[in-house]
Design a protein around this ligand. Structure first.
Ligand code: PXP
Length: 260
């Protein structure tokens, strides 16, 4: 299974002090050495972590394919068309969110999506849509003729955290998920079954399937078992572990979890 390493969180650390390091560019060689298959970066409209200059340097110098995440805004599509990364993943963006909290509203944003996809594909950039795992979103993605979809695994990760993490009650208090274990276990099984069925449907429609958000060394195993998911994009948990074990080891360890 392919691993895209989301290196945004290196820029998060840098921007916390508005200094020059750590430079996410320095991660490229390490990602390649550790066996990552792709580097993922998110150029947000508010430039809260990755900056224009980071995106330009990373896309120019990376030996690995670069997956640029951005919003559907025409100004962001201008930048993507100019930088020409290997892939663009279109994501929803809200300024007030801490991270990308849900998938695109694929059915609502049809005309803006169509225009963005047309422009990107004209530059021979493959396009992925970051969507919630629903049949409606998969069908709408198929109709939009994109190469990839990426399922948002945040719901699965949240249920897992509430079920198994010791920190669940203190760090991940999600009131809606404050449910008896039996109910949470059923919800997790349902969510995994949903991801499995939808990945199959998507593959049969000719879409390539990626997934990501909130995945870590503990919860990734059940997702790896879904054979129709080709690729995972993982950021926060790899960069968090790298503080203690180093980035190369953190990627090697995650890559080992992705062996089928
Ligand atoms: N995939 C997409 C489209 C994302 O926006 C993100 C970051 O929110 C990720 C994957 C990685 O998520 P995480 O940092 O939680 O691993």
């Amino acid at each position: 299974m392919l691993l895209g390493v989301n290196i945004d969180h290196i820029a998060v650390l840098r921007e916390a002090r508005r200094v020059a390091d750590p430079d996410p560019l320095d991660a490229l060689g390490i990602c390649k050495r550790a066996g990552a298959d792709q580097v993922t970066i998110h150029l947000r409209e508010d430039r809260r972590h990755i900056q224009d200059d980071d995106a330009a340097r990373i896309i120019k110098l990376s030996a690995l394919p670069v997956n640029l995440e951005c919003a559907i805004e025409p100004s962001m599509i201008d930048i993507a068309c100019e930088l020409r990364p290997h892939r663009v993943t279109l994501v929803p963006e809200k300024r007030e969110e801490v991270t990308t909290e849900g998938g695109l509203m694929v059915t609502r944003d049809q005309s803006r999506l169509k225009e963005a996809i047309k422009r990107l594909q004209a530059e021979e950039i493959e396009v992925s849509l970051f969507i919630d795992p629903t049949l409606e979103a998969v069908r709408a993605s198929e109709a939009l003729n994109v190469e990839w979809i990426e399922f948002h695994t945040g719901k699965y990760a949240n249920i897992y955290a509430m079920l198994y993490s010791n920190l669940g009650k203190t760090h991940h208090t999600i009131p809606e998920l404050d449910l008896p274990r039996k109910v949470l276990k059923q919800m997790m099984d349902d969510e995994l079954r949903n991801l499995r069925l939808l990945s199959c449907d998507a593959m049969e429609m000719g879409l390539r399937v990626a997934a990501g958000h909130g995945l870590n060394m503990q919860n990734v195993g059940a997702i790896v078992e879904i054979e129709t998911i080709e690729e995972l994009n993982i950021g926060q948990s790899i960069i968090a572990r790298s503080v203690y074990v180093g980035l190369e080891q953190a990627i090697l360890d995650m890559k080992a979890k992705l062996i089928r």
